[in-house]
Design a protein around this ligand. Structure first.
Ligand SMILES: Cc1cc2nc3c(=O)[nH]c(=O)nc-3n(C[C@H](O)[C@H](O)[C@H](O)COP(=O)(O)OP(=O)(O)OC[C@H]3O[C@@H](n4cnc5c(N)ncnc54)[C@H](O)[C@@H]3O)c2cc1C
Length: 672
């Protein structure tokens, strides 16, 4: 390559403030092979791109280097500009002068020198670039949605309404997620079930949605447009094709005292049960750990101990011998909408963390509950029929203390993030409490109020006015039981005074955490997650619903704490991405992928072992008579993400990564 053009961007003042861009352009212009070198205020702007296009055509450039921001930001922009001027887009490279230079240095002289070195690096590299062609791969236009909370429901409905088939996999026996447990929802205070259940029914009846409840993803193979997903259908012990949801089995189950997960342990259920009356699908499941028959079987008891449910089932739907089964589905895109969990009583893993909050009496004082438990008490379909009553004695609490930020914003306990929704739902709780217990008094301990959303601050103010709640800024240091009351000892940081409140009930706004098991699922999907376990988006600003694995998208609270409006908006955004992907018959892929040299590959398959994407396949080479010559590695173009791990590992140097060949890397390194 001998006619290279260099274009240095000031990025407004982002680069220009710290780097002498004119000097960088001049210096790089003196390099052998560079025939054109200029600087400009905003290279990504329309006039900036015109400048590049004109130079390519007028100076007959055969390669261009743009010194600007990160390639993540604008590589596509500049490659497109190059292509429109007739240059192969892969003969355009970027030097990152912003993130790698101006943003991290203060000394203008040194930063300018470094910018020149970075430019030189890319100029020498591009001399070895080859024109590459876009890869086209076929796409299976069906989507998999994992998780049937409001985010998964919304994504599934939007994709299905857009004319594409969806498989919705939910691990519990019903869809609905946490929203189905809520009483009324901020900011409008409408009844959660009233807005959710019609959507759940829509999912069940939609001709384009296949609902696989009580199922989990077992394994995922393949790549964007062509995933093969193995799904485990857990044994319900009830035949879905026969059951009509009459409920006789539940009515007749003798074991009625099992704490209900749906009611957060405040109500009870039977061993064969649907989690709540509006469940979709309305088909019961047998909790084998609680069912007398299964417990008997586990102990080796030969005689059938119970079997009442099977006796009363008029359709012969109860099947004690049902086993887990597996289905494999081919899909082109995957939406992860697995939501969140709360630190909550009754889940051992969380209890361990909450023992870190022993000062709050969690799990030891029965009238210290969490936010979701309060939701169940306030819900008309809850264990108390919507009455706010104490779990310990069923009395109406006349004073409730709400504590915010339990587990959130507490770096000492390992969770430094804000759970985002608690300020809002605590305000809602004070209002619900006031609506139900008119003479009740609510006290809220808060660190500060974060109510950033349309109408949210107004909602909090309305709640304070309506409920007459006393908001105290400060932390509570200890809760202890004093006879019938809970002594709440804290500190009001505004008055500078210690406070002691005798409460009848305490509600902890505990942190929102990712679902248990999310790391295992993330590994199956090759999706990264942050230190807390929330799944990572590809780019927080520009690609908020995509992941770094092409074809896998995110919706709802699996990505970070989110309320319902946010989760729904994100789900619809995800659906539009999926529909966009499915709008083409063939997918375009960047050709910056690994290639194996068949002649030199020795078939050691180190590359296969290290490839994080499972892109390396074994290929048997035969002669004209069909005899095996050797088995070598081959890279699946659809799966390879161009990470280069195989190239770095190959002992015979048989793997090369287009765009990052050894030749290019040596030339670039030698240049600096
Ligand atoms: C006390 C409290 C009160 C709240 N009040 C409000 C309110 O008033 N207004 C508001 O806007 N928001 C409120 N929220 C927030 C609301 O609950 C969430 O915004 C919403 O539930 C997020 O929906 P989601 O679908 O992302 O997650 P979830 O509701 O958690 O649903 C996730 C679904 O995925 C399933 N799942 C998980 N893992 C897997 C897997 N591996 N395979 C298959 N399925 C899986 C789960 O079983 C679940 O059904 C409140 C939250 C709390 C804790």
């Amino acid at each position: 390559m001998s006619r290279i053009g260099v274009f240095i961007c000031h990025c407004g003042e982002n680069i220009g403030r710290t780097v002498d861009c004119a000097r960088v352009a001049q210096s790089l212009g003196d390099l052998p092979g560079v025939v054109h070198s200029v600087d400009y205020k905003y290279m990504c702007s329309d006039p900036g791109q015109v400048l590049i296009k004109q130079a390519i055509q007028e100076k007959n450039l055969d390669g261009i280097v743009v010194g600007a921001c990160s390639p993540h930001m604008h590589e596509k922009t500049f490659r497109k500009a190059a292509a429109s001027a007739g240059l192969n887009p892969f003969l355009c490279e970027m030097a990152n002068l912003r993130e790698h230079c101006s943003w991290i240095h203060e000394d203008r002289e040194l930063a300018t020198e470094k910018a020149i070195a970075l430019g030189r690096f890319i100029v020498e590299k591009i001399k070895y670039n080859r024109p590459l062609s876009t890869i086209y791969i076929p796409v299976e236009r069906r989507a998999l949605v994992i998780g049937g909370g409001i985010a998964g429901i919304q994504a599934a409905l939007d994709i299905a309404d857009g004319g594409r088939d969806v498989i919705l996999v939910e691990k519990e026996s019903s869809i609905g997620g946490h929203m189905s447990q809520l009483s009324e929802t901020f900011p409008t205070l409408d009844c959660s079930q009233c807005i959710l259940t019609p959507r759940m029914v829509e999912v069940a009846q939609h001709p384009r949605i296949k609902l696989l409840a009580y199922s989990e993803v077992e394994s995922v193979d393949g790549y964007i447009g062509n995933f093969q997903v193995k799904i485990r259908r857990k044994a319900r012990s009830v035949d879905e094709t026969k059951c009509n949801g009459c409920g006789e089995c539940q009515k007749n189950c003798p074991n009625k005292k099992i704490p209900s997960e749906f009611d957060q342990g405040l109500g009870t259920r039977t061993a064969i049960y649907v989690p709540f009356p509006q469940a979709v699908p309305n088909i019961p499941v047998i909790d084998r750990a609680s069912c007398a028959l299964f417990r008997g079987r586990a102990k080796g008891v030969k005689k059938v101990v119970c079997g009442k449910c099977a006796e009363v089932c008029g359709r012969n739907a109860v099947d004690f011998d049902q086993q887990d089964s597996f289905v494999t589905e081919k899909v082109g895109a995957i939406v992860v909408a697995t939501g969140y969990q709360l630190y909550s009583i009754g889940k051992s893993q969380e209890l361990d963390i909450l023992r870190g909050y022993g000062e709050y009496g969690y799990g030891t004082i029965p009238d210290v509950i969490d936010g979701l438990q309060f939701e169940r008490l306030a819900s008309a379909s809850g264990p108390t029929g919507g009455k706010i009553l104490r779990p310990s004695d069923g009395k109406e609490p006349k004073k409730i203390v709400f504590l915010q930020c339990i587990g959130s914003r507490d770096p000492a306990k390992g969770i430094e993030y804000c759970s985002k929704i608690c300020c809002m739902y605590v305000a809602k709780h004070t209002m619900l409490y006031h609506h139900k217990v008119h003479d009740g008094k609510a006290v809220v301990f808060y660190m500060d109020i974060r109510a950033g959303g349309k109408g949210y601050d107004e909602f909090v103010r309305r709640a304070i006015e309506e409920s007459h709640a006393l908001y105290l800024r400060g932390r509570v240091s200890r809760l202890s039981r004093d006879g019938d009351v809970i002594r709440v000892q804290g500190f009001d940081t505004l008055s500078g005074e210690p406070v002691v409140i005798n409460a009848d009930m305490v509600v902890l706004a505990t942190a929102m955490r990712p679902q248990p098991g999310i790391a295992a699922l993330a590994q199956k999907l090759s999706v990264s997650y942050d230190q807390h376990g929330f799944l990572n988006e590809a780019h927080p600003k520009l690609r908020p619903v995509e992941t770094n694995t092409a074809g896998v998208f995110l919706a709802g609270a699996c990505q970070s704490p989110r309320d319902i409006p946010d989760s729904v908006a994100m789900a619809s955004a995800t659906a539009s991405k999926v529909l966009g992907l499915f709008s083409k018959e063939l997918l375009e892929r960047e050709p910056l992928i690994a290639r194996v040299d068949r002649m030199t590959c020795t078939g050691c398959f180190h590359c296969e072992r290290v490839c994080p994407y499972g892109a390396v396949e074994r290929k048997t080479l035969t002669d004209s008579k069909g005899r095996i010559i050797k088995v070598i590695a081959e890279v699946n173009q659809g799966v390879c993400q161009g990470c280069g791990t195989c190239q770095a590992t190959c002992p015979s140097k048989s793997v090369e990564l287009d765009g990052f060949t050894d030749e290019q890397i040596y030339a670039a390194v030698n240049a600096i």
